[in-house]
Design a protein around this ligand. Structure first.
Ligand SMILES: Nc1ncnc2c1ncn2[C@@H]1O[C@H](COP(=O)(O)OP(=O)(O)OP(=O)(O)O)[C@@H](O)[C@H]1O
Ligand SMILES: [Mg+2]
Length: 335
């Protein structure tokens, strides 16, 4: 009987005892089981493929959306570039128009001021002749009138001179070099003390304040500010005028002139740099009100800016920067 027993692939003693206990599956069950396993596997593979297809479709959609966004962005950028180019062209054109308009205006102001001088000279000369040749025939009121005419023509002469100076500082060619501003202020201090030796004014001048500037023009700035400080401290028994520089974030330098004089009402601060605007009466402090306009023009030509701080009776400080980063001297000059 043993001869008919098929040789087992696995010997009995190698089988798991649990398997040994279980009845051996017949062939039909085995095929069904294999077929089920195959079906399950196929289902699993199909599921995986379906999932992969779905993922691919999703990533294709995302890629398409990204492409659309990129396309939109490219179109938007192209549009912005076109708009920018148009804007730049318009700004260039407006700037050029402004330059021309400004030059015309300055030329006009210059020629008017210049032409006004000769009738003014005539007025002045004839009022003097009237006083000299006919003074004895005029009564007190007549003499007062001739004096008033003379004073008026002198004031008008001063205004015209200031206008010419303003035109000059706006038009003069600039030649930049390193200027020692401390030395300029020191020289001015000596000059002012010599002019009015009776005054007690202490100058505090920061050492080695230097800047790249046109020497003649920057001297006008310093002169206007220091002379103002001298003038508006006239009523102080002991005046102090300080000149120094402070760190400037966006410019080559920031300087200031500070005094302990009359100060001004800061509510009117915007008027300070306007032509012929004054915050003090001529009888109290003489002047025409053009000095600070020249200051602003000149510092703007140097790519800078001027501003002030002050309070009535508590002195004033005038600041100016030069050579601000990114500023173009000539463009600022023209505007
Ligand atoms: N240091 C200062 N303290 C107080 N007020 C000042 C000072 N500097 C200028 N101001 C005010 O600003 C005004 C304008 O100053 P600006 O220098 O332009 O003219 P001005 O000195 O009156 O005349 P000028 O044209 O002769 O300089 C002055 O009249 C004054 O009211
Ligand atoms: Mg002045």
């Amino acid at each position: 009987m043993d001869a008919f027993r098929p040789t087992p692939a696995v010997s009995d003693h190698e089988l798991n005892p649990a398997d040994q206990a279980r009845p051996a599956p017949n062939n039909h069950d085995h095929v069904a089981e294999e077929s089920q396993r195959f079906k399950d596997m196929r289902r699993a593979v199909i599921n995986i493929l379906e999932d992969a297809t779905e993922d691919r479709l999703k990533s294709e959609a995302a890629a398409r959306a990204t492409l659309n966004i990129l396309e939109d962005l490219t179109n938007a950028r192209a549009e912005i570039e076109i708009l920018n180019a148009g804007l730049e062209a318009r700004v260039r054109q407006r700037t050029a128009e402004l330059v021309v308009a400004n030059e015309n205006l300055e030329a006009f102001a210059y020629s008017v001021a210049h032409d006004l001088r000769s009738p003014l000279r005539a007025l002045n000369g004839f009022s003097e002749a009237l006083a000299e040749d006919y003074g004895d025939r005029l009564d007190a009121t007549g003499r007062l009138y001739t004096e008033r005419i003379k004073a008026g023509t002198e004031r008008m002469g001063a205004l015209i001179d200031d206008l010419l100076v303003l035109a000059q500082v706006s038009r003069a060619k600039m030649s930049l070099g390193l200027v020692d501003l401390s030395a300029e202020v020191a020289a001015l201090a000596v000059e002012l003390h010599a002019r009015e030796p009776g005054r007690k004014v202490r100058f505090c001048i920061g050492a080695n304040v230097r800047a790249t500037a046109d020497r003649i023009l920057i001297r006008t700035v310093v002169q206007n500010l220091v002379e103002n400080a001298w003038k508006f401290t006239a009523k102080r028994d002991e005046a102090t005028i300080e000149f120094a520089s402070i760190p400037a974030k966006d410019a080559e330098i920031c300087c200031y002139v500070r005094d302990n004089g009359a100060g001004f009402d800061s509510a009117f601060i915007d008027m300070l740099f306007q032509p012929f605007q004054r915050l003090h009466s001529v009888s109290e402090f003489p002047g025409t009100g053009i000095g600070l306009v020249s200051v602003q023009r000149i510092v703007e030509r140097h790519g800078g800016h001027a501003w002030a701080e002050g309070a009535v009776g508590r002195g004033a400080t005038f600041y100016f920067t030069l050579n601000a980063k990114g500023a173009h001297h000539d463009l600022v000059l023209s505007l």
